[in-house]
Design a protein. Structure first.
Length: 289
């Protein structure tokens, strides 16, 4: 078996594998054209036949993320998943990264087994939340919420984040639809400049509200903290921002602290019935902390 960089001519072979994953629903087709245009999408080839795929993404310089290991339906049970993951790890280590991480649901026993066998260690356990809402509800006009702008407001909001229980228990990771980023001040400032960070007028609280990677109609409460009054207003804002979308999609969130879990549950989000926990694994590099 050879693991090589994917090329545009591999597109049909990749899609054939993805159609037999997760009972016909797989996010790989959503990203295939983007992934083919950038580096990091690999195909496993045996006898000129594509038998598997995997993806390595550089979230920031030296911050590597593994996802989307897939094996052709007719090739499963032969240890190919382990072999693909092993070679992917070897290739990643050769680039001398700062970190290598991946995430998986607690029910994905195969992924957990492969990760542990390769030496990955459990970094954080997140609870997964969902909310299906009531589409068509107009956004309230009386909420004193602003899009975070300006160096002073960003600095004040960043202090709220750094002092929060969620920031520390999450090992300083920011979730975004099953990817977990190093939550740095640089990343926070960029998200604020892009319009994804909200606050009350007095900057008493901060909300990072991202678009779901799989659907632009879905919102994700990536971070929410502050005074009780501010959190209450920001929670209503997030809910109304979601509900004004005339769609059947949903809002989701990941939480590790009891504080964030309580906030999410108070404004109507519920723990997923299908996924108990989301595990973030990290490979123990010398700088592992």
């Amino acid at each position: 078996m050879v693991l090589r960089e994917a090329i545009p001519q591999d597109r049909d072979g990749i899609l054939k594998i993805a159609t037999h994953t997760w009972e016909g629903w797989d996010y790989v087709p959503l990203f295939i054209d983007t992934w083919l245009a950038e580096k990091g999408l690999f195909v496993a080839e045996a006898g000129k036949k594509i038998v598997g795929i995997t993806k390595t993404t550089e979230l920031s310089k030296g911050e590597l993320w593994f996802e989307a290991i897939r094996v052709a339906e007719e090739e499963r049970g032969k240890g190919l998943g382990m072999e693909i993951a092993k070679r992917q790890l070897e290739m990643a280590l050769a680039t001398h990264p700062r970190s290598i991480r991946l995430s998986t649901a607690d029910r994905n026993k195969a992924s957990i087994s492969i990760s542990k066998s390769l030496g990955f260690v459990e970094r954080v356990l997140f609870q997964f939340y969902e909310d299906y809402g009531s589409p068509g509800v107009p956004l309230r006009e009386d909420l004193n919420i602003v899009t975070l702008r300006g160096e002073q407001m960003i600095k004040k909001a960043w202090c709220i984040i750094q002092e929060s229980e969620e920031y520390h228990l999450s090992k300083k990771l920011l979730p975004h639809t099953w990817e977990f980023y190093d939550f740095t001040e640089e990343l926070f400032s960029r998200l604020a400049q892009e319009g994804f960070v909200f606050s009350t007028e007095d900057t008493g609280g901060v909300l990072v509200l991202l678009k779901n990677r799989y659907s632009s109609l879905n919102y994700e409460v990536a971070f929410l903290e502050g005074s009780e009054e501010s959190v209450s207003e920001l929670s209503v804002f997030a809910q109304r921002r979601f509900e004004q979308k005339a769609s059947d999609d949903y809002m989701d969130a990941f939480a590790v602290s009891e504080r964030k879990k309580g906030i999410l549950e108070r404004f109507g989000m519920k723990r997923s019935k299908d996924i108990e926990k989301v595990i973030v694994f990290e490979y123990p590099l010398p700088a592992f902390r």
